[in-house]
Design a protein. Structure first.
Ligand SMILES: Cc1cc2nc3c(=O)[nH]c(=O)nc-3n(C[C@H](O)[C@H](O)[C@H](O)COP(=O)(O)O)c2cc1C
Length: 209
């Protein structure tokens, strides 16, 4: 596994890649490392509300291809496609996050005892819309970080929203009421370069106050 540490190289040469070298497989060990690095992304109160499904088997790819008719080459030629979901019941894991944070010496016990019930209360009082905004934001950040980490490992990616969001959770054995689909990301070794893409000048999208 070769890792590039040149951040500008990773950042400025990332392109959405549609065609991958089908002979390249990413091992479970390396994919786990890429995901763990992606998870260094910040999340709301460190709640890490995203969940991943790594689709890297022929059967999984076949099921996904049916859900993404406009993104066939990314699904069929990539080493894997990562389906990212937001977990609307992520609060089940808050206790573990707080306890581990205390155990590792990153938070005093008193702060946990104040903050954890407040956060649980906040979640309990939230509308589904607010909860969805929360998990979508966390998932967006981890998704971007995944793409950059993958590039640093020598792979390319393509984020995709063009798939059947109504059916993806259940197709992969997850409850659709609980897991909100965010995006799918193909990952693998590029067989054809991605096209360049235009960005607006910063001043056109920025309000300076
Ligand atoms: C949320 C989201 C959904 C996207 N959906 C698709 C898609 O369904 N198919 C596709 O080929 N590209 C998709 N893209 C890729 C964009 O077209 C691409 O990021 C954009 O054109 C900029 O190009 P670049 O990624 O090479 O910089 C999506 C990107 C994002 C962020």
């Amino acid at each position: 596994m070769t890792v590039t540490n040149d951040f500008n190289e990773v950042l400025l040469n990332r392109r959405s890649v549609k065609q991958y070298d089908t002979s390249v497989k990413i091992s479970k060990e390396e994919m786990t490392e890429i995901l763990a690095k992606a998870m260094r992304a910040p999340s709301t109160s460190n709640t890490q509300t995203y969940r991943f499904v790594v689709i890297d088997t022929p059967e999984g790819k076949e099921k996904l291809a049916k859900l993404a008719p406009h993104n066939q080459s990314q699904v069929t030629t990539s080493s894997a496609v990562i389906a990212i979901f937001g977990d609307l019941q992520a609060s089940e894991k808050f206790e573990k996050m707080f306890s581990k944070t205390v155990e590792l010496g990153f938070m005093p016990e008193e702060i946990k005892n104040q903050f954890q019930p407040m956060l649980m209360q906040r979640v309990a009082n939230m509308s589904e819309r607010e909860l969805r905004d929360w998990v979508l934001t966390d998932a967006g950040l981890v998704a971007m970080q995944f793409m950059l980490v993958a590039r640093s490992h020598g792979y390319d990616t393509n984020p995709m929203g063009g798939y059947d969001k109504e059916n993806i959770a259940e197709t992969f054995g997850l409850k659709k009421e609980r897991y909100v689909p965010v995006m799918i990301i193909s990952v693998g070794k590029a067989a054809a370069e991605g096209r360049g893409s235009y960005r607006f000048p910063v001043d056109e999208v920025t309000f300076w106050r």
